[in-house]
Design a protein around this ligand. Structure first.
Ligand code: 13P
Ligand code: G3H
Ligand code: ZN
Length: 309
C-alpha cells in the first residue's frame, strides 16, 4: 500500500533499524526493488530524482508505482521526490500523488534554506505529504575541499535543531562524511558518528537521513570491470558501517549507485558471455535479478528492515 514515511519512521526509530530508499528510473529497477521488499517483508521507499522524472516521465512513473503497489498490497511503499531543487518541482510531485518530497536547500545559506524549506513544508502538509530537508553539504573526494572547509561541510547539530524547529520539516538529511556517486573515500571509509549522536540527542524525534550511502558493492564493481567497464578505485560505505548507522539513529538510507552498478553488471555479463543474445528481456532480466539480490541483501543483512511489515 502507498503510505507516507511517518508510520514507517515511527516504527523504525522504536525498533532501531533503517528503511532503504532506492532510486528508480525504469520498470526493471522498480520491479527488482519491489520483488526484494516483498521477499524480505520490508517497508520500502521508492525515490525519484528530478532527472529521473525527465527521463521516465511523470505519467509513466505514477502508473508503474500504481502497478507495483497493486502487485504487493502488503508492502508499505512511500513514493518520494529525491533532491527536489525548487518549490515548483516539489509541488508538481505533491500534486501528482507522491507521499513524500525532499526539498534540498543545502546549496543555500542557512536562512534561505529555512525560508525555502518552510514554503515547501506549508504546501506539502496542506496536502498530507511529508517533507525531508537537508542541512550540511555532501562533498565527494572529487570536490577537492581542504580539511578546514571539509569540517564546515558537516551538519552542525545545534543548527539542525533550530532548522527543524523553524521549518517544521518531517525528516532531516545530514552530512556526516558520505557523498554521492562511486568515489566516496580515498583512504579508509569513515563516518562522523559523533555528529550523528549529538544530532539525535538534540532532536530525538526527527528521523535522520543518510544520503550517498551506497556500498559500491565490491562484487558488482568487479563484475562490471571484468566485463569491460572501466571504473577503477571506486569506494563506498561498507555494510558494517551502514549497519552501525542503522542502529544508531539513521532512519532512511539512500541508495542509487549500487543499483546502477547492479544494472550495469547484469547487462555487461550477458553481453560478453552471450554475444549472440539480443533480446532485451535477456539482459534487462539479468539486471533486474541482480537489483533484487542487492536490495534484498541490504534489507535483511544491513539495514534491519526485513520482517517489519
Ligand atoms: P549513492 O550515490 O551513494 O547511491 O547515493 C544516492 C543518494 O543519496 C540519492 O539521494
Ligand atoms: O543523489 C542523486 C541520485 O543518485 C539521483 O541521481 O539526479 O542522476 O538521477 P540523478
Ligand atoms: Zn542524495
Amino acid at each position: 500500500m502507498l503510505v507516507t514515511t511517518e508510520e514507517m519512521f515511527k516504527k523504525s526509530m522504536q525498533g532501531k533499524y533503517a528503511i532503504g530508499a532506492f532510486n528508480i528510473n525504469n520498470m526493471e529497477i522498480i520491479q527488482g526493488i519491489m520483488d526484494a521488499a516483498n521477499k524480505a517483508k520490508s517497508p520500502v521507499i521508492l525515490e525519484v530524482s528530478s532527472s529521473a522524472i525527465k527521463y521516465a516521465r511523470i505519467g509513466y512513473i505514477m502508473k508503474m508505482i500504481e502497478a507495483a503497489v497493486e502487485e504487493y498490497p502488503d508492502v508499505p511503499v512511500a513514493l518520494h521526490l529525491d533532491h527536489g531543487p525548487d518549490f515548483e518541482t516539489c509541488k508538481m510531485c505533491v500534486d501528482a500523488g507522491f507521499t513524500s518530497v525532499m526539498f534540498d536547500g543545502s546549496k543555500y545559506d542557512f536562512e534561505e534554506n529555512v525560508q525555502k524549506t518552510k514554503e515547501v513544508v506549508e504546501y506539502a502538509h496542506s496536502k498530507g505529504v511529508v517533507v525531508e530537508a537537508e542541512l550540511g553539504k555532501l562533498a565527494g573526494i572529487e570536490d577537492d575541499v581542504n580539511v578546514a572547509s571539509n569540517e564546515a561541510m558537516y551538519t552542525d547539530p545545534e543548527q539542525a535543531k533550530e532548522f527543524v524547529e523553524r521549518t517544521g520539516c518531517d525528516s532531516l538529511a545530514i552530512a556526516i562524511g558520505t557523498s554521492h556517486g562511486a568515489y566516496k573515500f580515498k583512504g579508509e571509509a569513515k563516518l562522523r558518528f559523533d555528529i550523528l549522536k549529538q544530532v539525535k540527542e538534540l532532536i530525538p524525534n526527527t528521523p535522520i537521513v543518510l544520503h550517498g550511502a551506497s556500498t559500491v558493492v565490491p562484487e558488482l564493481l568487479e563484475t562490471c570491470n571484468k566485463f569491460g567497464a572501466d571504473i577503477p578505485g571506486a569506494k563506498g560505505v561498507p555494510d558494517e558501517i551502514l549497519h552501525e548507522a542503522s542502529v544508531s539513529g539513521i532512519s532512511k538510507i539512500n541508495v542509487d549507485t549500487d543499483l546502477r552498478l547492479a544494472m550495469t553488471a547484469g547487462i555487461r555479463k550477458v553481453f560478453v558471455e552471450q554475444p549472440n543474445a539480443f533480446d532485451p528481456r535477456k539482459y534487462l532480466g539479468a539486471a533486474r535479478d541482480l537489483i533484487e539480490e542487492t536490495v534484498y541483501h541490504k534489507m535483511t543483512n544491513v539495514f534491519g528492515s526485513s520482517n517489519k511489515i
